[in-house]
Write a protein that binds this ligand. Structure first.
Ligand code: CA
Length: 510
């Protein structure tokens, strides 16, 4: 009897082993390239108020969809809209309900349907590295070491060095009574425990809930912090699992990660996420425009793109200038012509560019965070619908850019953005092509964009002076010399590209 039992259990063991092996070797869900988009990042609280309480809301945002459509963008990234005790929402207390200050789940569904009718995709900020300390999971977990939610979070053991700072340099262990929990960003944002399969299941359930409501993708907050830095591979494995899951529900879902780090650290994420924000490019564009010198950008860009390409051939970059965590680009650049140049560089770069609300009218703002998230300026003075969630410090008085003033002015920054976005999305090479940086003198920035043999040549004058120069034309470059756009002259002559550019201008030829 013993012998037979032994054999049966061995056979059973082998079956289990085979079953596990086949499920482990299951191929990733096929990915399709999610390119050809331009996104507008919106802070709902600051955008448009429909009911006069001074706080931006989803009904207001829905009313203003025609404005967003007028920019020419085909995507919206909504900063967090779920229930949260904070004004910004990066600490979620209920992942299934819209913040009541912004409206109801029905308002959200109405918004997304209207956006889709206009051909605009919507991605949501998904903040899952941590929850709010007011989330029922945490309240329950902290109520007792025996709570069934205890293991949703990370608790110190006897060996934990409670004073050791996090990888961010922050204090990371806090105690509200029942033990020390891990929270790398803030005491009120306890980190979730992704070693717990139940947590992973909960997060996927949340994603499914919103994808089923029509959401087109997610911007993944703090994507590199899921595990401690010595467990990068575990973090990547989680995003693989999450990416595969989302694609199994919606095959063209768009996932863009916030991996605020070097290109080397970002690159492996591109195997599993469609895009990651290109922080180094953002900094590089602004720096080049301020200094009138492209040398650093010329040097850095090929390294960044090579690193990305080596990780995942079909990666889609996510370029931007500044976002809700950074001083506004106009505060740094402080000149409308230079601002147009920065926009021009951004909107001729490969990938899906992101524009932070207010950038298109030149809103300013410096930290603390509230002041880089000021009420969007519909009118120079107060106009109905303008939010009052905070008193503006940077976009009032002498400097008060507004849609009202710029809407019908053909030379305005707003119309410059509209024109460039429209041009970009109307040109496949510009919106979907590859890039090759050309080595030039630092006063200009030049590159090819290409799909196979179809090429565009793009050159920017980074200075306030006229630039006359010439570049050697590669024999293989079958450029016709036809100007598609720009303020200046670029001619093809005797195997040379002859360039004559006005201050801060851009020329695109094919
Ligand atoms: Ca309101």
């Amino acid at each position: 009897m013993k012998g037979i039992r032994g054999k049966i259990s061995i056979i059973f063991f082998i079956i289990v082993l085979l079953f596990n092996f086949s499920s482990c070797s299951k191929k990733s869900v096929e990915r399709t390239k999610q390119d050809g988009m331009v996104f507008y990042e919106v802070f709902v609280r600051a955008f448009y108020d429909s009911d006069g309480d001074g706080i931006g809301d989803l009904k207001g945002l829905t009313q203003k969809l025609p404005y967003i459509k007028s920019l020419g963008v085909n995507g919206i990234w909504l900063m967090p809209v779920f229930k949260s005790p904070s004004y910004h929402g990066y600490d979620v207390s209920d992942y299934y309900n819209i913040n009541p200050e912004y409206g109801t789940n029905e308002d959200f569904e109405n918004f997304i349907n209207k956006a889709h009718e206009l051909g605009i995709k919507v991605i949501l900020d998904l903040v899952v590295n941590h929850t709010s300390s007011k989330h029922p999971w945490f309240l329950n977990a902290d109520s007792s070491p025996k709570s069934k939610y205890r293991d949703y979070y990370i608790w110190a053991t006897q060996d934990t060095k409670l004073n050791e700072p996090s990888a961010l340099g922050t204090k990371q262990w806090y105690n509200k009574g029942s033990g020390f929990y891990n929270a790398i960003f803030w005491s009120e944002m306890p980190d979730l425990n992704f070693d717990n399969k139940k947590v992973r299941k909960e997060i996927k359930k949340i994603a499914k809930y919103w994808l089923d409501k029509g959401v087109d993708g997610f911007r993944l907050d703090a994507a590199m912090h899921i595990y401690q830095p010595n467990r990068v591979q575990d973090t990547l494995n989680w995003w693989k699992e999450f990416g595969d899951y989302c694609r199994s529900i919606k095959k063209d879902v768009y996932l863009v990660g916030e991996v605020w780090s070097s290109e080397r650290a970002i690159a492996p994420y591109l195997k599993y996420l469609d895009s990651c924000f290109n922080f180094k490019l953002a900094e590089g564009i602004i720096d080049a425009v301020i200094k009138g010198d492209s040398s650093k950008l010329q040097y850095n860009l090929p390294f960044i793109y090579d690193e990305y390409k080596n990780s995942y051939k079909d990666y889609v970059d996510a370029p931007f200038l500044t976002n809700h965590d950074m001083d506004r680009v106009m505060s740094k650049i402080d000149d409308v012509n230079k601002m147009k140049l920065a926009a021009s560089i951004l909107l001729t770069m490969p990938g899906n560019p992101f524009i932070y609300y207010g950038e298109e009218i030149g809103m300013k703002g410096e930290k603390p965070d509230e002041y880089i998230r000021e009420p969007f300026k519909w009118g120079k003075e107060y106009v109905p619908g303008q939010t009052k969630w905070i008193d503006s410090e940077y976009n009032v008085g002498d400097y008060a850019p507004s849609v009202e003033e710029q809407d019908n002015d053909p030379k305005s920054l707003l119309n410059f953005y509209r024109d460039m976005i429209k041009f970009r999305l109307g040109n496949d090479i510009l919106s979907k092509g590859d890039i090759t940086i050309i080595e030039t003198q630092p006063e200009i920035l030049a590159y090819y964009r290409a799909i196979n043999n179809d090429k565009l040549f793009i050159v920017h004058n980074l200075t306030g002076n006229l630039v006359n120069t010439e570049l050697k034309l590669d024999q293989n470059d079958k450029l016709k010399g036809e100007t598609l756009k720009g303020d200046g002259i670029v001619r093809i002559e005797d195997n040379k590209i002859k360039i004559n550019l006005k201050p801060y201008s851009t020329v695109i030829i094919k």
